[in-house]
Design a protein around this ligand. Structure first.
Ligand SMILES: Nc1ncnc2c1ncn2[C@@H]1O[C@H](COP(=O)(O)OP(=O)(O)OP(=O)(O)O)[C@@H](O)[C@H]1O
Length: 377
């Protein structure tokens, strides 16, 4: 239905969209998912013929969006990111006005019914709720019975119930055969609604696939999230060596602790120190993590990174992230990973807090690919 080929848009020296290429199939819900400023709106506007690309082409239903703009306008419906409607017009009046712009239009009653606005037919726009205004904006996008409907962040700013109502409306549009292109920065919305998702970041496509396949690309379907607190008295990044504070944490007295001594012995011998933790974990410990440091977690970045490297060695962990003091371990074997994690934390003298398990999400995919969250920018 739509073929986008190497679209580029520059604003002065800034490149907002940088060589974006993809196809949208007839009847699918195609999602542009990315953080604020990723270039989703600019890409959509070039697909709609509302913004001229500096390079590349967009062809919709066989018509070039730059050359055949009138043909395009007959075939698309657009709900912009923000719609300014005439506050004093009634709902049915504004729909009638938009219908008058087209040769062919959908009956007002049908649009009111489909958008669950029948009882608001005579309400003035200024008296509508946020969700009702958004549904009216979609009604206006549908007034010419378009082949393709563009929805730019349709649920931003809506409460959860209003979002759900809109999701159901969008799925109904798909059921009646519309091709839908929607942009969002809500990964749950993209997951629920989209057949395929184009993940965008900094003006580029970083991945494009079904939500399921994008998540499967993580190679692990589950995530374990937690925070850690406490001193890492059984762990130094390799052998579980006591930190060299000069204070024995167990006695509170100055002097090296037993673990310190063991640690020094281990260092001298180049072997794991004797002791409960070391024997169990030395074999798996990160060779690069040899600092003997105090671990107040969440703590300094260096300590967090060091600990992260150790957590990556836990049973069945495919990869791990540390974000704002929260650790996330990705695994396909939840039980094995949890067992090992709890054993490690106990032996290392760390407290696990806010422990949660969940299935991996598109947010995890985005973080994995970019190192940043969808919600941060
Ligand atoms: N007319 C403009 N002039 C200059 N810069 C612009 C213009 N329009 C967009 N930009 C910049 O281009 C980048 C992409 O913007 P765009 O609106 O396409 O992103 P987006 O992914 O849709 O983000 P959002 O979710 O916030 O709408 C942003 O950095 C934005 O500031």
């Amino acid at each position: 239905m739509i073929e986008v080929n190497r679209l580029v848009k520059r604003y002065g020296s800034f490149t907002a969209v940088n060589g974006v290429t993809f196809q949208v199939m007839e009847g699918e819900v195609f999602g542009l998912l990315g953080p604020n400023g990723a270039g989703k709106t600019t890409t959509m506007e070039m697909m709609e013929g509302l913004r001229l690309p500096d390079e590349g082409t967009a062809v919709l239903a066989g018509f070039d969006t730059q050359r055949d703009i009138h043909k395009i306008k007959e075939r698309i419906g657009v709900q912009l990111q923000s719609t300014s409607l005439f506050d004093l017009l009634k709902v049915h009046e504004i729909i009638r006005m938009y219908a008058s712009f087209y040769k062919r239009s959908v009956p007002v009653g049908t649009l009111l019914k489909d958008m669950i606005l029948e009882d608001k037919k005579n309400a003035r726009v200024k008296h509508l709720s946020g969700g009702q205004k958004q549904r009216l904006a979609i009604a206006l996008a549908l007034v010419n019975d378009p082949l393709v409907v563009f929805l730019d962040e349709p649920t931003t700013g809506l409460d959860p119930q209003a979002r759900r109502v809109l999701w159901e409306i969008i799925l109904q549009l798909k059921r009646v055969g519309k091709t839908i292109v929607l942009s969002t920065h809500y990964m749950d919305e993209a997951h629920v609604l989209c057949d395929r998702i184009c993940l965008m970041d900094r003006g580029e496509v970083i991945a494009l696939d079904t939500p399921e396949r994008l998540i499967r690309s993580l190679e692990s379907g589950n995530a374990v999230e937690f925070r850690l607190s406490g001193d890492c008295h059984g762990w130094d990044g390799r052998y579980g060596r006591e930190e060299h504070t000069g204070i024995d944490r167990r006695t509170g007295m100055a002097g090296h602790s037993e673990a310190d001594s063991a640690c020094e012995g281990a260092s001298a011998d180049g072997e794991a120190a004797a002791g409960h933790y070391e024997a169990a974990y030395a074999a798996k410990a990160a060779p690069e993590a040899q600092n003997c440091s105090r671990l107040e977690v969440p703590g300094g970045e260096a300590e967090g990174t060091l600990l992260l490297e150790r957590l990556k060695k836990l049973n069945e962990v495919k990869h791990a992230d540390l974000r704002n003091g929260k650790y996330v371990l990705y695994t396909d074997h939840m039980q094995a990973t949890l067992t090992d994690l709890i054993a490690f934390a106990s032996e290392a003298g760390l407290q696990l807090t806010d422990l949660q398990t969940r299935t991996a999400t598109l947010e995890d995919v985005f973080i994995h690919m970019t190192g940043r969250s969808l919600r941060e920018e």
